[in-house]
Design a protein around this ligand. Structure first.
Ligand code: FEO
Length: 396
C-alpha cells in the first residue's frame, strides 16, 4: 500500500505507511511482521486535521498520500496524540509544507513538541480532557491517556463517525497489504498481546483507566497508529480487559540459562513437576528464546521461575537481563522461585532473588546446587516445583 490511501469512514482517510523492513523495535523487540505507522487525515466541511504522522524516513510518502486528497496547504491541524518519534517526527516536515497548520496536543505534548520537534508556541494548541475541535461537519474530542505509554499521551475521538484514534493503545506490529483487522493474515491477537506486553504492561493501571474512558464511547472503529484498523473493536477491547484486569492463568513461566547442563537438568525436573501437578508450565531457554515471547507469556502467568548458573560470582548475563525485564515490566503474577548451579562458589540465585523481591515478587523457594543434580538435589527440585504449583493452585 505504498501510495494507496484508504477511506475508513466518510472523509476519514488512512494515509499511513507500512514498514516491512523494520526488524527490531525499541532495540529490544523483534518484528517478524514488520510494523506500520498509521496516520489519518480527516477532511471536515470547514477544517482539516491529520492524526499523528510517521516514522523518520517516510515523510515523503505521507505527504504524497495527503496530497492525493487535499493540497498540503489546506491542512489546519496536526493532532499529536503522542510525541514518540515513530508518530511525531514527521511534524516538522508537515508543518513546513502546511504553513498555517497548528499542532494540537496536551500541555505536556506541546512542551515536548517544542523540545523535540522545534514547534513554536504560536503554532501549538493545548487541549485537555473533554475538549473538542470543530472541523465543520466533524468534531474531534480529546481524551487524556497519560502514561500510555509516555506522560503526554492522549486519544482522539471522531464523534460523528464514532472512530477512536488511540495511537499506540490497541496497536500491533504488523505491516500488511490489508488494513482491517478482519482481513490480515498475521496472527493479530497474539501479536497485539506481544505488543501490549512490551509497551503497555508496565502501565497496566493507566491502561485500566483508559479502558474505563473508552468503553462508554462505544467506538464503531478503533484506528490505532500501529497495525490493523478494527471495524469490530470488541475483540481487542475484551483482550485488553483480560490482559489488564482478567484472572491470571494457571501457568508458570520457567526461564533459564545453562552452560554445562546442570541448571538445565534442574529446569527439566522443575518444569515437569509443575506440569505433573496440573499447572501449565512453559519453559524458555534464554540462549535461544525471543524475549518478547517471554514477556507475552508473563501478561497472564501466575508465577515465574528463573534458573541460572553462577558466573564470575554473579548470575549469567542472560539471566540478569531476563530478571530485569521480569522485575520491571509490571508483571501481575508476582510469585517466583529461583534455581541454579555452580562449580566452586554460588551466589547467583541469591542475587536474582534480591532483584525479584525489589520488584515486589514473593520468592517462594531458592535452590542452588554444586555440579550436576544428585538424588538429594532431584528431591529438592521436585519440592520447589510442587511449592510453586501449590501456590498457583491456591491463588488462581
Ligand atoms: Fe508507537 Fe510509543 O510510539
Amino acid at each position: 500500500m505504498r501510495f494507496k490511501t484508504v477511506e475508513i469512514c466518510p472523509n476519514v482517510f488512512w494515509v499511513g505507511v507500512e514498514d516491512w523492513n523494520r526488524k527490531v523495535f525499541d532495540a529490544l523487540i523483534p518484528l517478524p511482521y514488520g510494523t506500520s505507522y498509521n496516520s489519518y487525515l480527516i477532511v471536515g466541511k470547514n477544517k482539516t486535521a491529520l492524526i499523528d504522522t510517521v516514522n523518520p524516513g517516510f515523510e515523503d510518502v505521507l505527504m504524497n498520500k495527503i496530497s492525493q486528497i487535499i493540497p498540503l496547504e489546506r491542512l489546519d491541524y496536526v493532532v499529536m496524540n503522542h510525541a514518540e518519534p515513530d508518530h511525531a517526527s514527521g511534524i516538522p516536515t508537515i508543518m513546513k509544507a502546511a504553513n498555517n497548520a497548528k499542532v494540537v496536543a496536551t500541555q505536556l505534548g506541546v512542551n515536548m513538541a517544542g523540545v523535540f520537534f522545534d514547534v513554536p508556541a504560536d503554532r501549538s494548541m493545548i487541549v485537555k480532557e473533554g475538549d473538542t475541535l470543530e472541523l465543520g461537519d466533524k468534531t474531534l474530542k480529546f481524551i487524556e491517556a497519560p502514561w500510555l505509554h509516555w506522560p503526554e499521551t492522549m486519544f482522539t475521538f471522531g464523534v460523528e463517525d464514532s472512530v477512536l484514534f488511540p495511537c499506540d493503545f490497541f496497536g500491533a506490529h504488523i505491516a500488511s497489504d490489508r488494513l482491517y483487522a478482519d482481513e490480515v493474515s498475521a496472527p493479530l491477537l497474539p501479536e497485539a498481546k506481544r505488543y501490549y506486553s512490551e509497551i503497555m504492561m508496565p502501565f497496566a493501571a493507566s491502561a485500566r483507566e483508559a479502558l474505563a474512558k473508552v468503553k462508554p464511547l462505544n467506538p464503531k472503529i478503533i484506528a490505532p497508529s500501529h497495525g490493523p484498523v478494527f471495524r469490530n473493536p470488541r475483540p481487542i477491547i475484551e483482550a485488553y480487559e483480560k490482559w489488564t484486569t482478567g484472572p491470571l492463568e494457571k501457568k508458570v513461566v520457567v526461564v533459564y540459562v545453562s552452560m554445562w547442563g546442570s541448571t538445565q537438568a534442574l529446569e527439566r525436573i522443575i518444569t515437569e513437576t509443575i506440569a505433573s501437578e496440573g499447572i501449565e508450565a512453559v519453559s524458555y531457554n534464554l540462549t535461544v528464546a525471543d524475549i518478547s515471547h517471554v514477556l507475552r507469556e508473563l501478561v497472564d502467568s501466575s508465577a515465574v521461575v528463573i534458573g541460572t548458573p553462577t558466573v564470575l560470582g554473579g548470575a549469567h548475563p542472560l539471566a540478569i537481563y531476563a530478571t530485569e525485564l521480569v522485575a520491571s515490566f509490571g508483571v501481575r503474577g508476582k510469585v517466583a522461585a529461583v534455581f541454579g548451579s555452580f562449580g566452586w562458589g554460588g551466589g547467583a540465585a541469591r542475587r536474582i532473588k534480591a532483584r525479584l523481591e525489589q520488584g515486589g515478587f514473593q520468592v517462594l523457594d531458592v535452590l542452588e546446587i554444586r555440579g550436576p543434580p544428585k538424588p538429594e538435589h532431584v528431591e529438592k527440585a521436585v519440592a520447589l516445583g510442587k511449592i510453586v504449583a501449590e501456590k498457583v493452585r491456591q491463588t488462581t
